[in-house]
Design a binder for this molecule. Sequence first.
Ligand code: ADP
Length: 322
Amino acid sequence: MGRFDLVSLGELLIDFTPVGVSGNGNPVFERNPGGGPANLACAAQKLGARTAFLGKVGDDPFGRALKAFLESQGVCTEGLRLSRAYQTTLAFVHLDETGDRSFSFYRKNGADTMLRFDEMDLSLLDGCPYFFCSSVLMSEGDSRETSFRAMKAAREKGAAVYFDPNLRLNLWGSPALARENILRALPLADLVKVSEEEAVFLTGEPDPRRAAQALLREYRFQALLLTLGADGCCCFFPGGVTVEQPAARVHAVDTTAAGDAFNGGFLARLLRLGKPLAACSRAELEGLVRYANAVGGLTTTRKGSICALPSAQEVEALLAQG
Ligand code: ADP
């Protein structure tokens, strides 16, 4: 058995979220750790998985704080590089009068986009069953080719590759470039999670379930997980098994990181089952999906991303309610 159950590659950045107005009348922003693959590593770690993170931040106060934060969550940071040449990527969240969010990214030559393949500590993947990545690192810089090479290297080492496109169109030069690179990643992935918008974007098919079916016909996935926000998810497994489930019944206040939490819950539970998906019974697959829905759902009941992730006890308590 290797040191880790899950190695997650991706962006680790600061999300500055608005928290009100100072005494001088100026907006105040809170410094939050952010980045989907980091959220996912923290979610899985909190639910019992042994996780490591691969990525790059600046050797600046923000980057050093992010490293310390991941360590405080129990995620291994041996594979996190601190760069003297590039600064930590920042994102500012803006809320309009109706509460709708938009992001401004400060990512020109951002450290996360500058991870070279020769900087990766691939030994962390020895004996590791799952490797995770998303398309955010593929949007620019050295990290694009590093991501593709890492997916191949992880597979060569025997890990199953879990890919979430996590499409952020404003990070890409054009939608066509985003689509081209995500479609390049899909043949290198074993488990894939897509949102409704992503399934439609990738296939051009307006119905998300039909879009998922089109992806399944085109690629050889072990699982395709289509998440449907407040409507739960529809998951496609080996042998033509489809599991469709409503979302957990919760009072959602902030859906940030719901997808990352869903992924983390799915993987943590799958690891606990201790067998490949193809060997799972229908009841086990249903339990897996219910668990992932509960983790995603609970994350929406609190504000923030990593701070909003549920504990194993909270998930079990929600599931016990039926
Ligand atoms: P993403 O964040 O990747 O766009 P979704 O919005 O589809 O993903 O959400 C992922 C999962 O989180 C859903 O499948 C569901 O389990 C849970 N979830 C999201 N929004 C809600 C909600 N309003 N109520 C309950 N669960 C939710």
